[in-house]
Design a protein around this ligand. Sequence first.
Ligand code: TPP
Ligand code: MG
Length: 334
Amino acid sequence: MEMNVLTKEQLLNMYCKMVQIREFENQAIELAKMNLTRAAIHTYNGEEAIGVGVCASLTDNDYITSTHRGHGHCLAKGADMVRMFAELMARENGYCKGKGGSMHIADMNIGMLGANGIVGGGIPIATGAGLAKKLRKDDGIVVCFFGDGASNEGSFHESLNFASVFKLPVIFICENNRYGISTHVSHSTSAVHIADRAEGYRMPGKRIDGNDIVTVYEEFKEAAAYVRAGNGPVLIEAETYRMSGHYFGDNENYRTKDEVAEWKLKDPIKKCREYLDKHGVQKEELDELAKRVHEEVLAASEEAKKGPVPNSGDLEDDLYDPTFETITWKPWIK
Ligand SMILES: Cc1ncc(C[n+]2csc(CCOP(=O)(O)OP(=O)(O)O)c2C)c(N)n1
Ligand SMILES: [Mg+2]
């Protein structure tokens, strides 16, 4: 990969964003240990370069859908840390007023259509959003993040077929971290590579190194240009690894310590620091930036704690959107 494709400033911004995600989740785990969080926490530890490298070239008019492992996608798209921490701690100042938790964070103002506790649940939502973009002749695109396990769900296959038939502006990004809970991808998946599945749906498919921020950024930018030009969807398989367990509390007895150690050498933040070193950025400057981000994260966590717990009388509020808009679907009209 060419070193001069990304500027030093762009790389520094992406470095800070990856550190923010890592620090946010480290703090979320601390809160969980103090029994201040509610519901499960699935960390993105080791996969940060994918969300950050992708969202770096999106605007608020572009949408994303996420998964149960969604903190990184939310933060990369620009979500507010105080509202996220508050949601994890079931406080009224949270994104869902404390009623949803980690797996239900959404922010329509920044095009973040939602994390999702249903494996494969975000894929048809992204496809529907892509259809809406096309019908409205909107120039935005939709990015759909999901895991290797989700690529075996019916929703994946139906959505890719539909998106291809109607040439929808959707980029499907499979974060292949090798496992669906404790099941290795080789035990659950018929395809050798998930990107190969694109061929069955007549769309381009590409396998990339998901731990290398420069590769993710460049490959995604190219795919986005293709999709924005009206050529229809693309499937990207980003190879990665979750350096922590499936969720906070996982005993990780399905993988070896050596395997984890091997992947820790490929830590995307470490790799990004190596790129910055080649740009002449000093280690001390990077440490200083990381320290500042760490402090911002702790301040956000403290601020979030100030929020009240929700009132049980509000339980049934916000179930339906009164502004819901229906659009007439006439796909035969070009
Ligand atoms: C429809 C559905 N089936 C099963 C589950 C239980 N479950 C939660 S996470 C998960 C594994 C998902 O694996 P993958 O898609 O690879 O995502 P990863 O956790 O590796 O990011 C499963 C089976 C679920 N939440 N939803
Ligand atoms: Mg997985």
